[in-house]
Design a protein around this ligand. Structure first.
Ligand SMILES: *Cc1c(COP(=O)(O)O)cnc(C)c1O
Length: 325
């Protein structure tokens, strides 16, 4: 069945390249490692949210909205890229960030401000409540706000990664690659839902694995499975049950979301020093740390191919200096 894609804006730099990680592969003496550079999607320093925003922002424009409201953690990459998309399109942008305003606005929050977004802090309230309140206030002033959920992970956002899998399928064919594993950081689930659905549609080889950044595997797997089904329905593909294809590994959570341990530190340093590639401390550092650990445990061997999907997040490096050095 052919999917029927909703409207899409061109916001990201696509296709992102796939590169071979030759020195890292040699160092680990295991499988051949490759990296898909979605840290280079543009939209104010790159990341996976750019692909989701191509569809989400098209949705906002179709509804004649003039303001985008979304939410995330303090160092949210999603919020930063949403602010960039809004600026580019001439829309207002309100970001609801969790917790209290930090003393120094660095990393993503520096960029958020530079892009002209209005920043709100939840304190002890739920992000949902604060977003609703901002929405009401904008409405009363004659604006038309468009609400994007955390991480842009609704069916329309997830479509961005279905679209990405078409791009990936072409590249794998063109570069004669046949990955045994496609692995990436998974958090609000939109990326994984799109990847799982796109794998099926475009016959992409390899096992798909999301490495959890904050949630237990069972909970995230369920969330991704539901979102996969909803995304299929949005594309006009009914009766697709891909729940069994959704695999999440939560072995690398350590002390929790955004807390840097030796696992992330080593991965960030190895990629920087062996490949000249920057990972981030929260998402891709953990995911790559997990891959490195699996290789050392002998789960993947020489002759196999692993594709690591770099989902971005590098601006957070500038807010985590003390934890990384
Ligand atoms: C948001 C994000 C993820 C997780 O993507 P989801 O679609 O929310 O699962 C992974 N890596 C980075 C850098 C992100 O910003």
């Amino acid at each position: 069945m052919e999917p029927i894609f909703p409207d899409r804006l061109t916001l990201a730099h696509l296709p992102t390249p796939i590169e071979r990680l030759e020195r890292l592969s040699d160092y680990l003496e295991g499988p051949d490692l490759f990296i898909k550079r979605d840290d280079q999607t543009g939209l104010a320093l790159g990341g996976n949210k750019a692909r989701k925003l191509e569809f989400l922002c098209a949705g906002a424009l179709a509804q004649n909205c003039d303001h985008i409201i979304t939410c995330g953690s303090t160092q949210s990459n999603h919020c930063r890229q949403t602010a960039a998309a809004a600026a580019h399109l001439g829309l207002g942008c309100s970001l609801v960030l969790s917790g209290d305003r930090p003393e120094i606005l660095g990393g993503n929050t520096l960029v958020d401000q530079m892009l002209g977004a209005d920043l709100y802090w939840t304190g002890r309230r739920s992000a949902e409540d604060v977003m609703q309140e901002i929405g009401k206030s904008l409405n009363s002033k004659g604006h038309k706000p468009y609400l994007i959920p955390m991480g842009g992970s609704n069916p329309l956002g997830a479509v961005g990664y279905v679209w990405a899998m078409k791009e990936l399928a072409d590249q794998l064919m063109g570069q004669d690659l046949n990955p045994d594993l496609i692995v990436f950081a998974s958090s609000s689930g939109g990326t994984q839902a799109g990847v799982v659905l796109g794998k099926k549609l475009y016959h992409v080889p390899g096992q798909i694995l999301g490495i959890s950044n904050d949630q237990p595997a069972e909970i995230l797997e369920h969330q991704v499975a539901v979102l996969t089904a909803e995304t299929a329905a949005l594309l006009g593909l009914n009766h697709m049950n891909l729940a069994d294809e959704v695999k999440v590994d939560d072995s690398y959570l350590g002390k929790g979301y955004g807390i840097v341990s030796e696992l992330e530190r080593e991965a960030v340093h190895l990629l920087a020093r062996l490949e000249g590639i920057l990972l981030d401390p929260v998402y891709t550092g953990k995911a790559m740390g997990g891959v490195i650990q699996q290789i050392r445990q002998g789960r993947w061997q020489r002759g196999q191919q692993i594709l690591f999907w770099h989902t971005g997040g590098t601006p957070a490096l500038f807010a985590y200096g003390d934890d990384l050095l």
